[in-house]
Design a protein around this ligand. Sequence first.
Ligand SMILES: Nc1ncnc2c1ncn2[C@@H]1O[C@H](COP(=O)(O)OP(=O)(O)O)[C@@H](O)[C@H]1O
Ligand SMILES: Cc1ncc(COP(=O)(O)OP(=O)(O)O)c(N)n1
Length: 269
Amino acid sequence: MVIAKALTIAGSDSGGGAGIQADLKTFQELDAYGMSIITAVTAQNTLGVHGVYPIPLNGIVEQIDAIGKDMGTNALKTGMLFSSEIIEAVSERIHHYQWDNVVIDPVMIAKGGAKLLQDEAVNALIDTLIPLSTVVTPNIPEAEIITDRKIKTMDDRKRAAQDIVRMGATSVVMKGGHGSEDDVVDLFFDGETFVEMTSPRIDTRHTHGTGCTFSAAITAELAKGVEIKQAVLTAKDFTRAAIETELGIGEGHGPTNHWAYKKRGVKSF
Ligand SMILES: Nc1ncnc2c1ncn2[C@@H]1O[C@H](COP(=O)(O)OP(=O)(O)O)[C@@H](O)[C@H]1O
Ligand SMILES: Cc1ncc(COP(=O)(O)OP(=O)(O)O)c(N)n1
């Protein structure tokens, strides 16, 4: 049996809806072998982020080397990286091990408003990590910060996606969850062609961790050898299934249902 190995380099969410926990659940459901490098621990639940505790840099590098020197990976994603020091060390190690299939989820602010990336770290993200990426998966507010553009229209989204490819990304998916239109449009751009991936907006407050789940699903598919556009379509389908089915956990923005995609049977998007 060929094992598809998938690695997440991200923060821990004690509530299990986002971060490392969402990533590993997604890898498992999509039949990839999950491995994790923890960059920070958050005290978090459905009501918000109550504390952020970055892991010392040498502890992060040791975790990466533990994987790099022995197990390797077929694909990886980054999530919460918190500081420019962490971004620079992670970028250097990805380069050192010549890992490809690199999914960069430029996590900046949790839905409740807590900062998961320091302001001064955006330049390090642009200079060191984006050039290593197979795909970058910003939501609209993150794309605005990365490109220093206001994004209102679909044309604005397209211009911002082009900017991110010019920064060195191979491709971009700009997620459309942050909006109020009847449909959610995730815009994929591979440097040549734009694809608008459209689905009905689900009316729910339980969308905690959707971005992490989406980027983890892309990573699992890339690890299995699926090409990038199909990996993104499957990730959208996986995330939509997870949002559609209420788990009813917690008093605030609850986690999505990572079991849903397999339970309902795989349906092509
Ligand atoms: N209410 C919703 N209905 C349907 N799909 C959604 C909804 N909210 C988010 N999504 C999907 O979840 C994925 C993650 O998007 P988004 O929530 O924008 O990311 P983030 O969590 O990084 O802000 C995308 O595929 C997006 O289309
Ligand atoms: C530890 C950790 N990492 C990332 C996030 C952000 O996750 P995201 O998928 O963008 O979902 P929301 O938090 O915005 O609902 C997080 N919260 N915690």
